[in-house]
Ligand binder design. Sequence first.
Ligand code: NAI
Ligand code: MG
Length: 355
Amino acid sequence: MEKTIAVLPGDGIGPEVTEAAVKVLQSIAMRYGHTFHLKHALIGGSAVDAHNSPLPEETVAACEASDAILLGAVGGVKWDNHPAHLRPEKGLLNIRKHFDLFANIRPVKAVPALLGSSPLKEEVAKDVDMVIVRELTGGLYFAEPKRRSEKSAVDTLVYTRREIERIVDQAFEIARGRRGKVTSVDKANVLETSKLWREVVEERKAAYPDVEVEHMLVDSAAMKLITDPRRFDVVVTENMFGDILSDEASVITGSLGMLPSASVRTDGFGLYEPVHGSAPDIAGQNKANPSAAILSVAMMLRHSFGMHSEASAIEEAVMGVLEDGYCTGDLTTAGKRTVSTETFVTKVIEEVERE
Ligand code: NAI
Ligand code: MG
């Protein structure tokens, strides 16, 4: 197969982990006979420095001419005092909105070799395997009015029926390919948008008789995520609840450096990025854990290109290296050997070539 991928390394450790992920992608191309054309472009703080915009037109054009987008991370103290339109994260919000990437998919899976790194007790974190599906282009983060005065501030929470339907359908489809259970998280005892959300889930479930559905209030979900995470298969929720719950769930695996994500729409186009940020504290030190970026490439291959064996080969290679006892410094499991980003990637590529 021949595919074009826009590569947006971003800031901080973004370029390091993206370069690692691209190396693994190239090893997959060799092994399986694919051709990946890469279009590098700027986003975030590095784009502000070069073009005075966190999402320059050239970057949007490169993405439009591609089949998928691979992103590193954006942000850093250097840009913290810039006005809102010149902040790195504005680049991320804008690219999601521009490409209508309404579904953020975050798998959270316990890694057997890393159970000791989780702050949760091993018997709680063991065998966790869930996917959080977060609505990404609506709700409080986008709806107008949004304004400030001296004495007050306003944010607006709006959801249309259509916006809810498409994210809920996405969650049902994902559940079908897994254990067949959807937990819909809302605050329907208080919020009108949540009442509509619950109504839509009840309507849509008729189309998926093979999927079991439960509703859960967000406060209770926040508690169950860390006391009984194995009970979840697919969790679907609105933008802000999903933002908070997915970061909470990320602790189960022991490090932000292990978590990939996809932001997609219905035609297969998507943006793939690690969940973590630009980690300025370790940038440029060859210390970053590239697993999240590498696993994001696996999600891209599976979701946007339908390359299932290739995606599994990457996931098995990463798990294999961890099981062999190698990890980066963010993971504290006893008995592991701490290696650099570069060494870790070399090991992953050796595994891909060996499989
Ligand atoms: P962060 O995720 O960058 O870092 C949090 C902690 O985890 C740090 O101690 C960092 O060293 C560590 N860490 C993160 N990823 C790691 C990896 N791959 N390997 C090893 N250790 C890793 O979050 P923080 O510190 O809150 O934010 C730093 C900057 O990143 C800020 O400017 C923030 O706005 C931005 N950010 C960007 C995101 C994105 O691009 N999607 C998401 C979150 C934050
Ligand atoms: Mg977040």
